[in-house]
Design a protein around this ligand. Structure first.
Ligand SMILES: [Cu+2]
Length: 111
């Protein structure tokens, strides 16, 4: 399984050791590509408040979702070429899945 961590490394900005309420305005946006029934990375580290933009680079629909007690998201059907963005407002580890392709999986770790 290939791990294109170059994308993920974009999120590893300087460690924010200050108080959480000082993070406002420092949120990052990371782009993840959905291609060949896979996400472009297998895991992603974010800071609370960062967003991920999922871009469907396949010729068929995807449906990205997160379902956890702390945080849920559902893109609904995502047509080819369509991008959806989601912010991760709470800390935790979240399984990002596709409603159409059960083998698609991305682990998002929010600190
Ligand atoms: Cu899919």
């Amino acid at each position: 399984m290939s791990r294109r961590l170059a994308f993920a490394s974009l999120t590893l900005t300087s460690l924010a050791l200050g108080a959480p309420w000082l993070h406002a305005g420092a949120a990052n946006l990371v782009t993840i590509i959905q291609s060949h029934r896979a996400f472009s990375v297998t895991d992603l580290h974010l800071k609370r408040g960062d967003s991920v933009r999922f871009t469907n680079d396949d010729l068929f629909n995807h449906q990205v979702y997160v379902k956890s007690p702390a945080f849920s998201f559902d893109s609904a059907e995502q047509a080819p070429g369509e991008a959806v963005s989601v912010a991760f407002p709470v800390a935790g580890t979240f399984d990002v899945l596709c409603g159409m392709h059960p083998r698609m999986h991305l682990a998002v770790i929010v600190e």
